[in-house]
Design a protein. Structure first.
Length: 154
């Protein structure tokens, strides 16, 4: 699969893969404005050239918009592959691109916040053998009680 890195320069012409498919919808313009501000904070938005939901968004955890302290880690804001794009290994490709980019940027690992119903996906065997993802497993284990804020140390 070929991927596009969405940036401030190409944001307006790119489809942003949201659940909202109408680019004229106010929620899409709001999301694009939010993304433009986050690019300056290190946000990466990598998406398939194919139109559909196949993308990853990640940002240095220090700049994540969630209640987490994970200095030195990269926070995955969203990893989404759905519809006809599922089952082809694209989520693994996107995750591997995030891992490589995060390593190049000197990050210690990855972290993610997820709903309890997504925990089985993130605990899948194909994610268990990637040492760089140990932080995801730790964080998901802490979510059992779903605290409003928490401190996670590596």
């Amino acid at each position: 699969m070929e991927y596009i890195r969405v940036t401030k320069e190409n944001l307006e012409k790119e489809h942003i893969c949201c659940a909202i498919s109408n680019n004229k919808d106010v929620q899409v313009s709001s999301k694009k404005a939010w993304l433009a501000d986050r690019f300056d904070e290190g946000l990466v938005f990598l998406k398939s050239v194919e139109r559909g939901k196949c993308f990853i968004e990640y940002i240095p955890a220090e700049n994540a918009w969630i209640p987490i302290e994970a200095e030195g880690y990269m926070y995955i804001d969203c990893l989404w592959v759905s519809g006809a794009l599922k089952g082809h290994g694209y989520s693994s490709e996107l995750l591997n691109a995030c891992i490589e980019d995060s390593k190049e940027k000197g990050r210690k690992g990855l972290c993610i916040l997820c709903a309890a119903k997504k925990k089985p996906f993130l605990a899948a065997p194909n994610f268990q053998n990637i040492p760089f993802l140990v932080y995801i497993r730790m964080l998901c284990a802490l979510l059992e009680s779903w605290p409003s804020s928490f401190l996670v140390t590596g």
